[in-house]
Ligand binder design. Structure first.
Ligand code: ATP
Ligand code: LTN
Length: 335
């Protein structure tokens, strides 16, 4: 086996500090970050530069970034095992973004569904950063030569454009970047809104009943599930057109480890009320340790700072190595 084949694979992922993380973020992304750190070299970042693509209040943003960092650790990402850092601390992300943006076409960026959704939602602020968002995300991934990117289903298109940009660059200048693969969970890759189950659960939803956050109190979680929109069929089974119930089944399945068949059997002959209560309670137990860890971590600012400083130092070395290679390949004069 060659040295390349033997190398331990690299994982990179990021999350935007645009609000308190939801159950969707946890099931679709964060819980996998924790699992994968055991097997791979992993790097996880708070995508604070990406958060600037929508209007932010500076004071609130600063708190959200720190809080997001604490939540990532509270979920079980271990700074001894994984590189954990803030995107803006590594200036190479913005620099590689520029080079990659010059190798990304207007037409490709125009096809991004996230751009279309977010520009419709923020019609008064369709800025250039929102449009070029994917080339910064490509820079995040390619700087660390990541093999795998654990994300929810909504990010698949962004990984595909990253692959296209990297492949194009490699063809033009010779092998430079590892071509990354998305890592999308089979169950829970797209947790739906509790209020409108045909829409993705999103932390920036205006309706707070649409999502459960990782830090919600147990009674709030149970109440939100009680209110979750379902249907008039009254049968707990996974079937086409039953978006609300399908969503609750996949949440219950990831929280308990039960298969869909086991769940259907458990609730045979029972009403939606019983089922919603059980889902709420299972989610309370799933999130309880995260909330408890968070409360401890957010009170210890010195520890958080020590973690992100150490993360930044290590990440910068890796990032600089790739950026230097890129600058050389495209023909810039090295100092
Ligand atoms: P925003 O509302 O600000 O767009 P978001 O809730 O969509 O935020 P992101 O920061 O864009 O969250 O996503 C962080 C990670 O969580 C990504 O990997 C994304 O795919 C995943 N994710 C987001 N929402 C869900 C969801 N509803 N189900 C599963 N995974 C999700
Ligand atoms: N666009 C992602 C956040 C993100 C990301 C990344 C994910 C920024 N950079 C690099 C994976 C890899 C989102 O969740 N909206």
């Amino acid at each position: 086996m060659s040295e390349v084949q033997q190398r331990k694979k690299i994982i990179l992922s990021g999350i935007q500090p645009t609000g308190t993380f939801t159950l969707g973020n946890y099931i679709g992304a964060l819980s996998n970050w924790v699992k994968l750190q055991e097997e791979y070299h992993s790097a996880y970042m708070i995508a604070d530069l990406h958060a600037l693509t929508v209007k932010q209040d500076p004071i609130k943003l600063r708190q959200q970034i720190l809080s997001a960092f604490a939540v990532v650790l509270a979920c079980g990402v271990d700074p001894e095992k994984s590189l954990v850092f803030m995107q803006s601390h590594i200036h190479q992300h913005a620099e590689l973004n520029w080079v990659l943006a010059c190798h990304t076409q207007f037409g490709e960026l125009s096809r991004m569904t996230q751009f279309k959704d977010k520009s419709a939602k923020n019609a008064d602020n369709v800025n250039a950063g929102l449009f070029t968002y994917p080339s910064l995300m490509a820079a995040d991934i390619l700087l660390y030569q990541a093999d795998l990117v654990p994300v929810g289903a909504d990010q698949k298109q962004h990984i595909e454009i990253t692959r296209d940009i990297a492949t194009r660059f490699n063809h033009l200048y010779g092998n430079t970047f590892t071509i990354p693969e998305p890592y999308i969970p089979k169950i829970g890759a797209r947790i739906m809104s509790l209020a409108e189950p045909t829409k993705k659960m999103s932390k920036s939803d205006e309706n707070t009943n649409a999502f459960v956050t990782i830090l919600d109190k147990p009674e709030t979680i149970v109440k939100k599930f009680k209110r979750a929109v379902t249907d008039s069929d009254m049968k707990v089974c996974y079937a086409e057109g039953k978006d609300g119930i399908n969503n609750l089944i996949s949440i219950y399945s990831t929280a308990t480890g039960f298969s869909y068949e086991q769940i259907e059997k458990e609730f045979e002959g029972k009403g939606y009320g019983d089922f919603k209560k059980a889902v709420g309670e299972a989610v309370v137990e799933l999130l309880r340790p995260v909330r408890e860890n968070y409360e401890r971590l957010i009170a210890d600012k010195a520890y958080l700072e020590q973690c992100y400083q150490a993360g930044a130092e290590k990440a910068a070395n890796l990032a600089q190595c790739t950026l230097k290679k890129v600058y050389k390949k495209v023909g810039l004069v090295m100092k």
